[in-house]
Design a protein around this ligand. Sequence first.
Ligand SMILES: [Zn+2]
Length: 237
Amino acid sequence: MSFSIEVAERAMVACGRHCCLCHKFCSIKIELHHIKQKADGGEDSFENCIPLCFDCHAEVKAYNPRHPKGRQYTESELKQHRDNWYEKNKKSGGINCNEAYFDLDKQVFCQIKQILTSARMQKITSYNYAGFSYNRETMMNPLYEFLYRCDEPEFEFIDVDLEAIRITLKDCIDEFTELLATNGFVVRGELSSIPAEWEYEQPERFWKIVNRVHDVAAEMWKAYSDLIKLGRRKLGI
Ligand SMILES: [Zn+2]
């Protein structure tokens, strides 16, 4: 026996055909998992059922207690994930299921990836700003372009989780560009730098600025990678 058509339908409507773990919209690529396995006495009930995408279902099933690797999902954890998602889906009025909204978010996501590529962001955020000169044009322009686009009303996600990270990323980039704009001086041509001589002349000021720049760079990288990871999972690109 498996889940009855009534249980399956209730679960599909409750999750809006999204995976209860990664929240990706699945359409027909969705499966119903027994939270407590049938072999352990789990029932074919709505309470024991969690809708999952193929990838998450494979991961949840793949855990082998004889060769433990990573951390297994517990039954109560799966239930909490499911209940939270059902609640969220109900509150949103099914807004996330709408393919049109999904496409709008995909467009914004692709535009962000075009302006801020991973390679570029890695270079900007891992650079040593302690008195070393950087090229303003190649390092700062993508960040300014992103900020400029953020003024457009279309340049936001309808999905609340993606939008929250986009705002965090924008705040980090705002502070980062502001710090370098007020403390970076032209050394020659396109090159700018937090003055290296400050390290000896006014070390306290120098390290305060340098440390803050590096901290904000790390936060910026975290927000950026969180956005890319979540976007890939939610939007499937
Ligand atoms: Zn999933």
